[in-house]
Design a protein. Structure first.
Length: 176
C-alpha cells in the first residue's frame, strides 16, 4: 500500500515531488461488477426503446434500424466500458497521501494529503457483495469532494480503511 512518488534524474529537482500513475488497480472482479451494473441499466432501456418502437409506431424500417442500433449500442457500451475503465483507473496510498486517477476521456488525478483526511468509509452494495467487493471513500476538507476507490476486494477495503484511519490519527495537522 505504500510507494514513493519521487523521481530521480535530470528531469526532477532535488526533493521535488513528481506525479506518476498510481500503482494499484481495482480487483479484476470489478470488471464483472461494473458490467452487471451497466447491464442492469442498459437492458431495460434497450427493451423500452424496442417496445416503444413496436407499440407506438407503424414500424418504418429506417426507425427500426435506428432503434436497433441504439439498443445494440447501449448493450455494447455496458459490456465494453468496464474493461476500458479497468485499464485506466488506479489508486495508491503512501505515507504522505492517497492518490487516485480516473477517467477515459478526461483524466482526473486526485491527491489527498494524510493531514487533510477527515473520514474513511467503506461501502458494499448488494451486487458488490455478490462479487466480494467494496468501495473505500476518503473524505477530505476539499471542495472537490471525496476520493473514491472502487472495486476492491472487501477484505482489502477493510484493511485499507483501518490503515488509513490509523495513519491519519497519527499524522499531525488539521483536516479542516
Amino acid at each position: 500500500m505504500q510507494g514513493d512518488t519521487r523521481t530521480s534524474g535530470p528531469a526532477s529537482q532535488e526533493g521535488a515531488l513528481t506525479l506518476r500513475p498510481p500503482r494499484h488497480r481495482a480487483d479484476p472482479r470489478a470488471v464483472w461488477w461494473w458490467t452487471a451494473q451497466g447491464l442492469l441499466l442498459a437492458v431495460p432501456l434497450a427493451g423500452a426503446a424496442v417496445a416503444a418502437f413496436w407499440v407506438f409506431t407503424d414500424r418504418p424500417g429506417w426507425l427500426g434500424a435506428l432503434v436497433g442500433a441504439f439498443a445494440a449500442g447501449l448493450l455494447l457500451l455496458a459490456v465494453v466500458s468496464p474493461h476500458a475503465g479497468y485499464r485506466v483507473e488506479r489508486w495508491e496510498v503512501t505515507d504522505e497521501a492517497v492518490y487516485t486517477r480516473k477517467g477515459l476521456l478526461t483524466h482526473t488525478w486526485r491527491v489527498a494529503p494524510m493531514s487533510r483526511i477527515q473520514t474513511v468509509d467503506t461501502a458494499r452494495g448488494p451486487v458488490q457483495r455478490m462479487f466480494g467487493l467494496a468501495d473505500v471513500t476518503v473524505t477530505t476538507a476539499s471542495a472537490a469532494g471525496a476520493l473514491k476507490i472502487e472495486g476492491l476486494d472487501h477484505e482489502l477495503a477493510a484493511e485499507l480503511a483501518s490503515h488509513l484511519t490509523a495513519v491519519t490519527q497519527a499524522t499531525p495537522g488539521d483536516a479542516t
